[in-house]
Design a protein around this ligand. Sequence first.
Ligand code: HPA
Ligand code: ZN
Length: 347
Amino acid sequence: MTVTDEPVAIDDEVLRRLPKVELHCHLEGSIRAATLVELAATHGIPLPTTDHDALYRYPDLAGFLVVYETACSALRTAADFARVTYEALEDAVLSSNVRYREMFFNPTLHPGTPYPVMLEGILDGIRAAERDHGITTRLIPSIYRQDPVASALELVATVAEHRDDHVVGIGMDGDELADPPERFVAVYRAAAAIGLHRSAHVAHDGPASMIETCLDDLGCERVDHGYHVVDDPSLVSRLRDAGTTFLCATPTPPLCGWSDVFDESPVRRMIEAGLRVTLNSDDPPMLHTDLGTEFVKVCNGWRLTPERTKQLVTDAIDAAWCDPTERAALARSITPELDRMLGLSPG
Ligand code: HPA
Ligand code: ZN
């Protein structure tokens, strides 16, 4: 049973404190507003406003991406990358008890900063957050789909040249209606050839057929968002049977054309259809949320059972792109805590 007719069963604070694994979150979408204002001043980057509350407001996806690109341009030095990485991870631990996180970053949106410099800074931030807060992190360089294919190919070559064990896969974000996924088939082939895992943001705004392109043509192993799957019942059946993992985030409006009534979210329909859904915060400060808040909204808002709530976390563990030994250790440390906190018997 997925949902219950019982009144709210799980305490909000328990949901916030549950140990979690997060697989879809953007480094550059995780910059505290105050930090962005400071870094922009340091590097002489004009912002539309320096008011912390007004900075992260947008009418639509295009407006969001303008601010996102500006945030990217305010990160210049290795120290900048280390700072925002550390702060993003600290926020995830303190707000939501995230134990393991995979973070996208967009190397091509920092043209003044060589890849090894940004990687060095990000790794410094990861190590400091692991030391202070015990969180483990892996990285996914993301293709910005508005880029030319040649620069996406160059990105994969650069990742190969500066190989690091923290970098586990390749992703793709940006405005999907403007640049559909099939443009990047050769890039995904190149990423597979150097042993990177693959995923892509698709069917957030675009049609369900983009999910098939993502899985069948790009060879993706996970689907980022994928909400329009609900428009295609035969695809729902196929992906339920295949156990495909969807990396969902509920704070969609005003980013796309979905209803802003929370109960009408496609994520709810995906859970009810039996798809393998994980919850994610995507761009937490930019979307005014955190993963703990997402668990409260989804698990209590839609009255998920404790068993289904546990599965949101265990499905994320199973889909994590760390090596199998590390994944097993993560499961061993997290599962008993989930059982205890959710009042479930082990197993
Ligand atoms: N949508 C598309 N691209 C993005 C997003 C998003 O929410 N966040 C960072 N890149
Ligand atoms: Zn995203």
